[in-house]
Design a binder for this molecule. Structure first.
Ligand SMILES: Cc1ncc(COP(=O)(O)O)c(C=O)c1O
Length: 288
């Protein structure tokens, strides 16, 4: 596949469609230097973006957390996403919206005088973890911890929060793993680098309380699916030593969808019936 800046197609940028290769920014863009950038990852299935509005609302929320306001309403963002998909002829695609502080009068840490910009791109993107959907993904355990909400706006989907995710994922891939599980600043189990995590034990589900990381839209969907099945869901702090006793594990995320996990560090999990049921039902739901 060609590099991401060298493809045919259209990208929506600041209110209009531009040629893919012309969707560029200046080198003195504030977001590039200081991470004043927020984004969304969404998936369009059969012409419809799953939970589209929730993603656009979260983009607005994330921008607010970084002290900027996106100069387009949620309705305008909704329309722009569909415009991008239509312009590229996509029915099934990943959609990436990104908003950032552009180049302007400020080039120090403060950026209040710089314009806020918005771009939306879409591309065809298959399974995020390759064949892990069948076998179960192998995860490393990251040395990096999800930070305290007193350190960074940890519920925003903000570029700066991904620095340690990239480092974790590089280390994981170097060990032959698909991803890494991260603990939080208190030592509780948190999430993977781009997905939330669930465990099964004795027919009940345990998932970390998202009090210092993203409460994913997929996570919330899957909790609803489990509750519909009368499966008990415990949203709570999970200690590292509990990993040993969990029987099944899966990840949730827009890109990851529902991906079974077979291994985290030295702990093994079976790709069991509940994992398969939730993964298959999620695939049906997003295409319904
Ligand atoms: C760090 C992180 N956690 C969780 C998620 C899952 O969020 P969602 O289900 O809203 O895509 C994502 C993916 O966007 C993520 O990047």
């Amino acid at each position: 596949m060609a590099a991401y800046d060298d493809r045919d197609g259209k990208i929506w940028m600041d209110g209009k469609l531009v040629e893919w290769r012309d969707a560029n920014v200046h080198i003195l863009t504030h977001g590039l230097h200081y991470a004043s950038s927020v984004f969304e990852g969404e998936r369009c299935y059969n012409g419809k973006i799953f939970e589209s509005r929730k993603h656009s609302e979260r983009l607005h929320y994330s921008a607010g957390q970084l002290d900027f306001e996106i100069p387009y309403t949620v309705d305008e963002i909704e329309a722009a996403k569909m415009e991008v998909l239509r312009a590229n002829g996509f029915e099934n695609a990943y959609v990436r919206a990104v908003a950032w502080r552009g180049a302007g009068e400020d080039m120090g840490v403060a950026s209040a005088r710089n314009p806020v910009r918005l771009a939306i791109a879409a591309w065809e993107w298959g399974a995020y973890y390759g064949d892990a959907k069948m076998k179960g993904a192998k995860l490393d355990i990251s040395k990096w911890k999800r930070p305290s909400p007193e350190t960074i706006p940890s519920h925003a989907k903000a570029a700066g929060l991904y620095m340690i995710c990239t480092l974790s994922k590089h280390a994981a891939e170097a060990k032959g793993c698909s991803d890494a599980m991260m603990f939080d600043y208190r030592g509780y189990v948190a999430e993977a680098t781009g997905a939330n995590i669930f465990f099964v034990k004795d027919g009940e589900v345990h998932t970390p309380d998202p009090d210092c990381f993203l409460n994913g839209i997929t996570r919330q969907t899957v909790i609803g699916m489990l509750k519909d099945r009368q499966v008990k869901v415990h949203e709570r702090h999970i200690m590292p030593e509990e990993l040993e006793g969990f029987e099944q594990c899966w990840l949730t995320g827009t890109a990851a969808e529902v991906t079974p996990v077979g291994q985290i560090g030295d702990y093994n999990f079976e790709v069991g019936a509940l994992t398969r049921d939730i993964a298959e039902s999620y695939e049906k739901l997003v295409r319904a």
